[in-house]
Design a protein around this ligand. Structure first.
Ligand code: CDP
Length: 236
């Protein structure tokens, strides 16, 4: 974690005026990419993600097929113009890691055994990055999969937590992400509260991790509500 002389919390208020447990303004929309089987747009403050789902469709080459289930492939990508100092285009180590954990976060919500020999492809593109892009991408993927009509056990809700000046916060913006003492992205299935993603970076006590998980399960209800609204709005 990098160091900064700038105070990230002053009198209990964060850089953008939020209290520690406030989430940024959320915007969610599904069916935004007509050519995809399912798609979604998700914005948390300035962090903006699109997700497009193709499939289930026959997996070519055939030797990659699983005879008794679909395979899920996730592709996380950050657009070159998504950050202020242009990101080099193409996959890097970070994108490979985020694609992998995104797949692991989503898989438990799907009935892959219903679609043998097929692939479900999930493309996540970050158009603007201001912290917490992987969780924003997972929320977009959740909606795009539901929009594609793919049977799901549950939606997948994702939110980041962290610690700044010994204060636990949620939904980290870019500066908080870069300078926080700890950064904990979490994804979970809202009905069973099964946690499908939990990563950690920085220094934090076991009790603070427990508290962060509790905070995110609680605040995640707002994200879950927004996801359901976005899906209902599709059919208005
Ligand atoms: O985005 P997320 O928190 O899931 O992952 P991260 O690797 O912890 O990145 C934190 C933040 O750093 C991103 O959300 C971006 O705002 C920023 N970032 C950047 O400016 N340039 C990069 N090449 C990668 C990340």
């Amino acid at each position: 974690m990098m160091k900064t002389d700038e105070k990230l919390i002053i009198n209990g208020k964060r850089l953008d005026g939020r209290k520690p447990m406030d989430i940024r303004e959320i915007e969610m929309k599904v069916g935004v990419i007509p050519n995809a089987n399912g798609s979604a747009y998700v914005r948390f403050g300035k962090t903006t993600a699109f997700a497009a789902v193709y499939g289930p469709r026959e997996l070519i080459p055939k030797h990659l097929q699983e005879p008794d289930k679909a395979i899920l492939r996730c592709y996380y990508n950050m657009a070159p113009f998504s950050v202020s100092d242009r990101k080099r285009p193409g996959p890097d180590r970070r994108a490979v890691e985020i694609s992998k954990v995104t797949k692991l976060a989503i898989e438990p919500a799907l009935f892959l055994e219903e679609f043998p020999e097929t692939t479900i492809d999930v493309y996540i593109d970050i158009i603007q990055a201001d912290g917490s892009t992987r969780v924003t991408g997972i929320n977009a993927a959740s909606l795009a999969l539901a929009d594609a009509g793919i049977p799901m056990r549950d939606l997948i809700v994702a939110l980041s937590g962290g610690k700044i000046d010994d204060t636990l916060i949620i939904d980290l913006c870019g500066k908080e992400d870069n300078y926080s003492e700890a950064d904990i992205p979490i994804a979970f299935l809202p009905n069973t509260k099964e946690i499908t993603l939990l990563q950690m970076d920085g220094r934090i006590t076991p009790q603070e991790v427990k508290d962060t998980i509790r905070n995110i399960l609680k605040a995640g209800e707002q994200v879950y509500k927004k996801q359901k609204e976005a899906l209902k709005n599709r059919y208005k």
